[in-house]
Design a protein around this ligand. Structure first.
Ligand code: PMP
Length: 425
């Protein structure tokens, strides 16, 4: 892979920060090392001394005085070593991409910790997109991604999807305006990447099948584009046999995968991680060096201690309990929709995540219904237009989340909505 052809001039120009490099040496160095180098403050002056955090099985995570000093201090931009090595082993267990065995320049698998997947994704977009670049994405799409892409002035080529995710034929059709060899010619502006949420797409709730992923990866090889696999709902899949990830089939080192602990451990702690070819992950880390510097050391130590206590099996057992909760919530949402919205609307059965994507029959634009009338009736939902590149175009859809409401509340919400739809027809 020629990674340099994908980078913006800004990203290519990033150089390691000399002081950050010293912080890495200090953090890895022996206790006898006398450091007069970095501008790290003296943690003895900090007011926080110890902490004990109770987790759900009644066990605790302890921050003694020494650990607390470390938790309050600057740390490595890629993530603290113990969390990084846990995550790296975990990715090998779950995805085991061929790139694990590759040398760094060929795209060896690398991992870095991010402040949630959103931060990782926005850094990846900034690394890759020059104004006017073409990129591929299936609509409707996660609004956070659309908002991150909008100011970068790229040309978004929308690919159609159905209840099994992106339709490879639609992707092939969009690509047919180029020839595979055009990727060697920068003037031809072949798409740089395809962005996809492969499991429980936000907002549609649908997941890409294994066969489709294979077909899409083949097209990525043919037309030489990267795949950005944004998979925060990976652990919230409702069906037992999980489709292999794009990362797992990445023979070339062209997949950047964004994972998140937001849906299974905490959204407020802001921890996610990127996995991808070393030459690209390195660019993201250099960006972090001059922006966030690193995700909170305290948070990383907290999560790392939890993961060490639990082990991989313990984490997966926890994730399964979380997925069970959302499966029950999904079933309750479907039952409520069936009861009140049958004949008035239609929807897919979500296979992961926390959203029902509902199309209202006979109403071409739900904006007024959702943003004005439903709010007046004390029901909050998201109108469909915010999930489209052109958010001013009418959308017959809306997104209902089943994460927080009880089955009874969902039933009341859909009952009120049904009434409003009938009044609007
Ligand atoms: N991608 C998608 C598809 C999401 O739905 C979300 C959260 N709503 C994110 C990324 C961002 O998640 P995080 O909290 O890890 O930044």
């Amino acid at each position: 892979m020629n990674y340099s052809r994908f980078l913006t001039a800004t990203s290519a120009a990033r150089r390691p920060s000399a002081v950050r490099v010293l912080t890495e040496i200090l953090n890895r160095g022996p206790k006898s090392l006398i450091s007069l180098a970095p501008g790290s403050p003296n943690p003895n002056t900090f007011p926080f001394k110890t902490a004990s955090i109770t987790i759900e099985d009644g066990k605790t995570i302890q921050f003694g005085e020494e650990m607390m000093k470390r938790a309050l201090q600057y740390s490595q931009s890629a993530g603290i070593p113990e969390l990084l090595s846990w995550l790296t082993q975990f990715q090998v267990r779950l995805h085991n991409p061929p790139t694990v065995q590759y040398p760094p320049s060929r795209g060896q698998m690398d991992v870095c910790v991010t402040c949630g997947s959103q931060e990782g994704l926005s850094k990846v977009f900034e690394m890759l997109i020059n104004p006017g670049d073409n990129i591929l994405l299936s609509e409707p799409a996660y609004s956070g991604t659309l908002q991150a892409l909008h100011p970068l002035s790229c040309n978004i080529i929308s690919v159609s999807s159905d209840e099994n995710g992106i339709i490879p034929k639609s992707l092939q059709e969009k690509l047919s305006q180029w020839k595979p060899e055009d990727s060697q010619n920068p003037m031809k502006k072949t798409p740089k990447f395809l962005y996809t949420v492969p499991n429980g797409n936000n907002p549609t709730g649908v997941s890409l099948t294994s066969d489709r992923k294979q077909e899409i990866y083949k097209l990525a090889r043919q037309y030489d584009f990267l795949i950005i696999e944004d998979d925060p709902y990976y652990f919230l899949q409702f069906n037992k046999s999980w489709a292999p990830s794009f990362l797992s089939m990445d023979v070339d080192g062209r997949v950047i995968r964004a994972d998140s602990f937001s849906k299974v451990l905490s959204s407020g702690l802001r921890i996610g991680f990127l996995t991808g070819p070393k030459p690209l992950i390195e660019r993201v880390i250099l960006h972090a060096q001059v922006s966030t510097m690193h995700p909170s050391t305290f948070t990383q130590l907290l999560i790392s201690q939890l993961l060490c206590q639990w082990g991989e099996e313990g984490f997966l057992a926890h994730a399964e309990r979380v997925a069970d909760f959302y499966r029950r919530q999904r079933d309750a949402a479907l039952a409520a929709a069936e009861r009140w919205l049958s004949g008035l609307a239609e929807w897919y059965v979500p296979t992961a995540a926390m959203f029902l994507w509902i199309k209202v029959k006979g109403i071409s634009d739900t904006k007024k219904l959702i943003e004005e009338k439903a709010i007046k009736k004390q029901v909050l939902m998201v109108p469909g237009n915010v999930f489209y590149v052109d958010s001013s175009a009418p959308s017959a859809y809306f997104r209902a989340s089943f994460s927080l409401a009880s089955p009874e509340q969902m039933s009341v919400a859909f009952q009120r909505l049904a009434q409003l739809i009938k009044e609007s027809l």
